[in-house]
Design a protein around this ligand. Structure first.
Ligand SMILES: Nc1ncnc2c1ncn2[C@@H]1O[C@H](COP(=O)(O)OP(=O)(O)OP(=O)(O)O)[C@@H](O)[C@H]1O
Ligand SMILES: N[C@@H](CCO)C(=O)O
Length: 307
């Protein structure tokens, strides 16, 4: 194993759940955080953060990226090296676009590379899922694409979900945060059989809708009974933005991850109109939002050594 002096890791944002796939499906998007790790000879920990909302990220040992970095060294039973970490933020914090997953994956991949890659991709993935508590952000953040994760007898079965090239994800990111912890607190611990059946059927339809790009299937498939009915109340203007997206030609709209970002799926011909109308509907509700058409990231986390 060769030990390197520095590594830069780029990790994509992710949109989890996609409606009915609560805690099991997510897709990587073309929006990125970059993390640069450099060994320090003098000892200590230095964290520099740049980008929008940089001042909201911890710069001490409580930083999630650093915690993941330490976690990997603990797993391989080595003392973590003193390190300088430079964070370039492109993924907004606590908005439902997997910012915590970028930090967890970035910290684990950075540590693994600095240590000479003692762990396989599968081992890194398992550590990432354990840290995040659910697989739907960290798996696509690490591997790219749209991924379904299911527990197997021995660990995790990860499935690559075909995403039709005509489907454009549009994200409407409001100017307020909603922590995943808070958005999970409002969910019931038990659901009815009818709601479980609803989600099983809609997730099946979603997979076929994503594969074929068939708009009618996607519109129905993006509905869900496990989390959205409870979380909608935490997102002012949800119904108005949903109606505006559909009127502008979106197949459907859903909460991205735990919210508050709203995700519309549409095609290239309608994406500009969907962006404009979602932003306008939210403005009418008194909320400023950044709305962007993105693409599916197919690469996942990538890294290069500095020396
Ligand atoms: N680049 C980063 N470096 C360090 N910590 C980060 C970074 N990005 C996010 N975090 C931590 O993760 C928290 C946000 O995680 P949270 O799970 O609430 O939201 P999210 O991951 O953006 O949304 P979702 O899980 O719904 O997609 C931040 O408040 C911060 O503590
Ligand atoms: N599946 C997770 C994604 C956000 O981390 C949730 O909806 O709570």
């Amino acid at each position: 194993m060769s030990v390197v002096s520095g590594v830069t890791v780029t990790v994509p944002a992710t949109t989890a759940n996609l409606g009915p796939g609560f805690d099991c499906i997510g897709a990587a998007l073309t929006l990125y955080n970059e993390f640069k790790f450099t060994r320090l000879q003098a000892g200590g920990l230095i964290i520099h953060v740049t980008g929008t909302e940089a001042e909201r990220v911890q710069t001490d040992e409580s930083n999630l990226l650093y915690q993941a970095f330490v976690q990997l060294y603990q797993y391989i039973e080595q003392t973590p090296p003193s390190v300088k970490i430079e964070i370039q933020l492109g993924v907004p914090l606590a908005r439902g676009l997997g910012s915590s997953a970028t930090a967890i994956v970035g910290g684990l991949v950075g540590a693994n590379q600095l240590a000479g890659a003692p762990l396989s991709l599968l081992q890194v993935m398992e550590l990432a899922i354990a840290m995040e508590g659910h697989p739907d952000n960290v798996v696509p953040a690490l591997l790219g694409g749209c991924r379904l994760a299911a527990t197997s007898q021995t660990g995790w079965e990860i499935c690559d979900i075909p995403w039709h090239q005509d489907i454009v994800p549009v994200v409407a990111i409001p100017d307020f945060e909603l922590s995943t912890k808070e958005a999970r607190r409002v969910l019931p611990t038990e659901v009815s059989r009818a709601d479980a059946i609803f989600n099983v059927a809609h997730l099946g339809l979603l997979l076929r809708g994503l594969e074929t790009g068939k708009g009618e299937w996607l519109r129905t498939a993006l509905q869900d009974k496990l989390h959205q009915p409870y979380r909608k109340a935490l997102i002012p203007g949800y119904d108005a933005v949903n109606a505006a997206a559909i009127a502008a030609g979106a197949y459907g709209m859903t909460i991205s991850g735990a919210g508050p970002t709203l995700l519309a799926l549409t095609n290239a011909a309608n994406s500009n109109a969907v962006e404009t109308e979602m932003a306008a509907a939210w403005k009418e509700a008194g909320i400023t939002a950044t709305v962007r058409s993105l693409s599916l990231d197919t690469q996942g986390a990538s890294s290069f050594h500095q020396g």
